[in-house]
Design a protein around this ligand. Structure first.
Ligand code: HEC
Length: 184
């Protein structure tokens, strides 16, 4: 075997190796699958659900802090839409004057009232100890994500993710009072 033949053999081996590598990459290109950016099982409008403790999973998707000031939102809120939103609350709350507590405390005259302070209702320790008043800001924060806003609250409600829903329902709550609190 002379050196010319050895060269040919070496060249052959190299060509085979190159073709092999090329094919492998080509396969990658053909069969490479992009992972979807958004998981297919995400549920739109999950915040619409009224949940009980057994369905508490959806809570994680709700942000912790409201983005826009509630005063700004209240200025353009719609009380009739608020009445509709309140249907989500009405399984646990009544608004009428002198209304009885249900699963949750009665909410007559709730704006600016002391938090967790109804004598005839047994609050969670978390809410009883929270302190302060239900200002518009507090209501806005609590209703966005009750379990994050007051950790340990026993209100099993996922929260209202839409700013407008919160503003509308707060405007509606406000109207259940002999002297509704000023908006400012
Ligand atoms: C599944 C029942 C349930 C639903 C639905 C629910 N709540 Fe509650 N809510 C409660 C319970 C229980 C408490 C008492 C929480 C505690 O003691 O930690 C509470 C407490 C409150 C408080 C504090 C009252 C106080 O006396 O300090 C407000 C305000 C409130 N809820 C508003 C709402 C609004 C508005 C909605 C609807 C958007 C709503 N809740 C939906 C059960 C519920």
């Amino acid at each position: 075997m002379d050196s010319f033949e050895i060269n040919k053999i070496v060249a052959c081996v190299l060509v085979v190796a190159l073709v092999f590598i090329g094919l492998a990459n080509f396969g990658e290109i053909l069969y490479h699958v992009e992972k979807p950016k958004v998981a297919a099982y995400q549920v739109e409008g999950a915040e619409e659900m009224v949940i009980d403790a057994s369905m508490a999973v959806a809570e994680e998707s709700v942000p912790a802090e409201p983005a826009v000031s509630i005063q700004t939102l209240l200025a353009s809120a719609d009380i009739e839409k608020g009445a509709k939103v309140f249907k989500k609350c009405s399984q646990c709350h009544v608004l009428d004057k002198g209304g009885a507590n249900k699963i949750g405390p009665a909410l007559w005259n709730i704006v600016n009232k002391d938090i967790g302070a109804k004598e005839d209702y047994k609050y969670s320790n978390a809410m009883a100890a929270y302190g302060g008043q239900w200002t518009y800001e507090q209501l806005n924060g609590y209703l966005l994500n009750p379990k994050k806003y007051i950790e340990g609250t026993k209100m099993s409600f996922v929260g209202l993710k839409k700013e407008k829903d919160r503003a509308n329902v707060i405007l509606y709550l406000r109207s259940f009072s002999d002297a509704p609190a000023p908006i400012e």
